[in-house]
Write a protein that binds this ligand. Structure first.
Ligand code: ADP
Ligand code: MG
Ligand code: ZN
Length: 501
């Protein structure tokens, strides 16, 4: 038979068979891919013996101190085992991107001589059904086999965001569940530490943060002035610097920037110098680099000098007022380094847990909340939107005083919530007037006190401008010798009854 004839007549008969073979082939290839993929990808994630050293991590003293015991545990587990100590197995590093979370995890691994297994959670959830979970299982299996090791899971929120809120897919649920299974199946003698990284703590599923899982949370925040100088030091280590280069000055001009952005500046400066054929990096190279890096940022992050001054006085206002009101809310730390949404913050922690608070204490609380704005008003003669959150809290306290606690001159014997009782229009007007009076008077009193102690306010603000962060002791040294002006703390338990007369 002629081949041409064979084809012409035979094609119709061959076609179904041809397609059948093609189909079988395709199914086989797909099956192989699914089989092989977890193995291949898990193997790719291993970065054994990372080269990052502990000294490469700059300006994260608190986090490093807190994490040093992890290094010790991986190095000498017997020491902890003998004492029956329970070492955390899940540690969550949280903070904005580029602040050094990955760097820190790598440094811990290399410092402890442990293997480093890194994987981004977003890679797990992008895969076919069931694969993310399989890959997690594989990852942990490997890590256990090669212990001591660190499993680093980046972008944890990709797998462990709130399950309800964002319309989670089944794949994400499976991945998260597998992760939980692995965490729960851990023995502390395993010598495997799991570190997760996330930009936002509040976006994580509560199941992940439960005891025995990621129950140790460490903030890796943007660096303060000293931290920025240290980071610049790390990233200019191998670079020849001219005499005119002033790292401290560069640090001062880069408030708000992260370690990654500072590294970028050092790198750009070297590029500028190289392009000009110089032997060394000069200050102008850094100036140009700063300009370029800052211009390239998507959001404006750098805090201007003027803003720094306003922030410093605002936070100093809170801190000084807290002291003047007898440390009802003692200040543990005050900083003008921006963290997340809030630009600056004054961290207060109650001295003791109490259920009863006097009206005087609430009035003091109002003064502390409003002191940030009061300081701005006194020093700059104008106010900013930076106090929005403070005002909200103050308004809430004043409302509760009048509406719920009977702490107004309007009435000491009844609540004034309109939803419970039919209040007359007159009573409502009086009530609202009382609430406004409480905050207004507290604001006026805060201004009076800060004016009176203006030199103290200046001192604290100046220290904040210089150091950006003051801890309890540093603040205490500045406030030393200044007496509190309020005695609310002596009246504990005697809730003031305010008569209407
Ligand atoms: P994150 O994981 O928090 O997003 P990375 O650890 O990936 O940040 O940081 C990216 C790079 O920026 C690091 O490799 C390092 O070069 C630099 N960097 C960030 N933070 C620091 C820091 N605290 N000290 C030194 N370098 C830092
Ligand atoms: Mg990272
Ligand atoms: Zn404030």
């Amino acid at each position: 038979m002629d081949w041409l004839v064979f084809f012409r007549d035979g094609v119709a008969a061959w076609l179904p068979l041809f397609f059948a073979i093609l189909l079988v082939l395709m199914v086989y290839i797909l099956w192989r891919t699914l089989q092989v993929m977890p193995r291949v990808t898990a193997a790719k994630t291993i970065t054994a013996d990372s080269s990052v050293s502990w000294d490469d991590v700059a300006g994260l003293d608190e986090a490093k101190e807190e994490l040093h015991e992890v290094v010790d545990f991986l190095r000498e587990p017997e020491r902890f085992g003998r004492l029956g100590a329970r070492v955390p197995k899940g540690i969550l590093l949280y903070g904005p991107p580029g602040t050094g979370k990955t760097l820190l995890a790598k440094a811990i691994a290399s410092e402890a001589g442990a293997k480093f297994y890194a994987q981004s959670a977003s890679a797990f959830v992008e895969m076919f059904a069931g694969l993310g979970a399989a890959r997690i299982r594989k990852l942990f299996e490997e890590a256990r086999k090669n212990a001591p090791s660190i499993v680093f899971i980046d972008e944890l929120d990709a797998a462990g965001g709130h399950r309800s809120g964002h319309g989670f897919t089944r794949e994400q649920d499976q991945t998260l569940n597998q992760l939980l299974v692995e965490l729960d199946g851990f023995e502390s003698r395993d010598q495997v530490i799991v570190m997760g990284a996330s930009n936002r703590l509040q976006d994580l599923d509560a199941a992940l943060l439960r005891p025995g899982r990621f129950d140790r949370q460490v903030l890796v925040g943007p660096p303060d002035l000293a931290g920025r100088e240290e980071i610049l030091g790390v990233h200019t280590r191998g670079k020849p610097l001219g005499d005119d280069v002033d790292l401290k000055a560069i640090a001062r001009q880069t408030a708000g920037l992260t370690g990654a952005e500072l590294e970028n500046i050092a790198n750009e400066a070297a590029i500028f110098a190289g392009r000009a054929g110089q032997q060394q990096l000069r200050q102008v190279d850094f100036d140009d680099a700063m300009e370029r890096v800052v211009a390239g940022l998507q959001q404006r992050k750098v805090v201007t000098e003027k803003e720094r001054r306003i922030l410093a006085y605002h936070e100093a206002g809170h801190a000084v007022m807290s002291h003047l009101t007898g440390d009802l809310l003692p200040v543990h730390k005050v900083t003008i380094v921006s963290r997340g949404q809030a630009l600056g913050y004054t961290l207060n922690m109650p001295n003791e847990e109490r259920y009863l608070h006097t009206a005087e204490e609430f009035e003091d609380l109002l003064k502390v909340y409003l002191a940030g704005r009061a300081a701005e008003q006194i020093v700059f003669g104008r106010v900013t939107n930076g106090a929005a959150n403070d005002l909200e809290k103050a308004t809430e306290v004043a409302r509760a005083m009048v509406f719920d606690y009977g702490m107004s001159e309007a009435s000491a014997s009844r609540t004034m919530r309109a939803d419970n009782y039919a209040l007359s229009e007159e009573t409502k007007a009086m009530r609202d007037h009382e609430q406004a009076r409480l905050t207004d008077e507290a604001f006026a009193e805060a201004q009076r006190l800060l004016r009176k102690h203006r030199s103290l306010l200046d001192r604290v603000a100046q220290a904040l401008l210089e150091k950006e962060t003051l801890d309890k002791d540093e603040l205490g040294a500045l406030l030393e010798g200044v007496e509190a002006e309020s005695h609310s703390s002596e009246t504990v338990g005697t809730v003031r009854a305010v008569a209407a007369d």
